[in-house]
Design a protein around this ligand. Structure first.
Ligand SMILES: *Cc1c(COP(=O)(O)O)cnc(C)c1O
Length: 387
């Protein structure tokens, strides 16, 4: 058999990939996977070196909490390693019901629904609720999966200036009238900036325009005190992969909305249910988070210590950005910090807008004050060296 057409097609695909990678490399935007072993609550091993990580989203270090790890193991022993099918077929193991009831109780909603991840939640929820003839108004800095969910929906999508309620009001005034339904998308704590949305103002506008406010609480849950206005959002999504230390996404909402999502969210219907280990781990994490003790306050306290030492604006969450502008500078600083024993990821476009490459520091409960001040010293030394 003559295989040459296949070889030719493969060759052009490789050439395409090489050309694209070359462009990324030229702009210092090429990414690669670095093997990283998390060896302790805040330590990681990379290339044979031990580093203190200021880049994990495991804010409460629950991924290594003995109760959480034990719950994951117990769930495997009882229910097996995988769910076996979509939740609508045979994958709906008993841990889902318990986890959903607990989440709904914590968030103060009638019901909740667990998805395979936060990303899957957003790309499932948004197109299930909005479509042709509808309007989606999104904060310009919402996470990739909210943008993708909006694009998949077929609704008209407009963005508004970050955290600017007046800009949202203008977008609603301009577009709401022509749309049947309207969805407003925001994050409670923004993932790359660490600032918080003005949820009260957004909820007022949503009410005034009969629009449905959807909040993504990926970085708020368990680590910043909940804005009372959060409860006014009829759609509260989040993830179990950050402060909860496991994996999985969720949506908390009314019973009819959750029932509709079960019928319409394609990432729930056509994807295998979350594994028992992740569901079991999350249940144990929620117990720890719901206690609301000192642990939950420590990540923000550490972030505030850092912003105080660095004379930056006071941290509003455990995420602190240091915007450097070009990707080259961000990479150089990240590499310098790694040489000094700290892991701080450089965040480059398209994760953040062009010209706003940055270091993104995330603080966790397990960092000591000494480690935070040592980090600040190292950042200062690196920046002085670069100037
Ligand atoms: C991490 C993140 C997600 C995705 O959650 P995963 O569970 O990691 O898929 C969604 N939204 C925001 C704002 C995030 O930061």
């Amino acid at each position: 058999m003559d295989q040459s057409p296949h070889l030719a097609a493969g060759a052009s695909l490789d050439a395409h990939a090489r050309a694209k990678l070359g462009q990324l490399q030229e702009n210092r935007l090429r990414r690669s996977l670095a093997e990283t072993q998390r060896t302790g609550v805040i330590e990681v091993m990379r290339a044979g070196r031990k580093l203190i990580s200021f880049s994990c989203n495991d804010y409460l270090n629950l991924s290594r909490h003995p109760d959480v790890m034990a719950a994951a193991k117990a769930a495997i022993d009882t229910y097996g390693a995988g769910s076996g099918a979509s939740r609508l077929v045979t994958g709906n193991h008993p841990l889902f019901g318990a986890l959903e009831a607990r989440l709904a109780q914590i968030k103060g909603t009638d019901a909740a629904l667990i998805f395979g991840s936060g990303y899957l939640a957003n790309i499932g929820i948004i197109p299930a609720l909005a479509g042709n003839g509808d309007l989606i108004v999104a904060d310009e800095l919402v996470h990739s999966c909210m943008h993708v969910g909006a694009a998949l929906s077929g609704a008209k999508v407009v963005t508004f200036a970050h955290n600017d309620a007046d800009a949202l009001a203008a977008a609603l005034a301009a577009g709401r009238g022509a749309a049947k339904n309207c969805l407003i998308l925001t994050e409670s704590v923004f993932s790359m900036d660490g600032d918080r949305a003005p949820l009260g103002l957004l909820a007022d506008l949503a009410d005034a325009h009969d629009a449905w406010l959807m909040t993504d609480d990926a970085h708020g849950f368990g680590v910043v005190s909940t804005d009372p206005a959060a409860a006014r959002a009829p759609l509260q999504m989040g993830t179990l992969s950050k402060a909860a230390g496991a994996y999985g996404g969720y949506c908390c909402a009314s019973r009819p909305v959750i029932d509709l999502l079960v019928n319409r969210a394609r990432s729930l219907i056509y994807s295998t249910g979350l594994s028992p280990a992740d569901a079991g781990a999350s249940l144990a994490s929620l117990e720890i988070i719901a206690k609301g003790g000192e642990l939950n306050k420590r990540p923000l306290a550490n972030a505030r210590l850092f912003t105080q030492i660095m004379a930056l604006d006071e941290a509003a969450s455990p995420i602190v950005p240091l915007v450097l502008g070009d990707a080259e500078r961000a990479l150089a600083l990240s590499e310098g910090l790694e040489a000094a024993g700290f892991l701080v990821a450089a965040i480059r476009p398209p994760t953040v807008p062009m010209g706003t490459a940055r270091l993104r520091f995330t603080f966790s409960a397990g960092h000591s004050e000494d480690q935070v001040s040592a980090l600040a010293d190292a950042v200062r030394a690196q920046m002085a060296g670069m100037a």
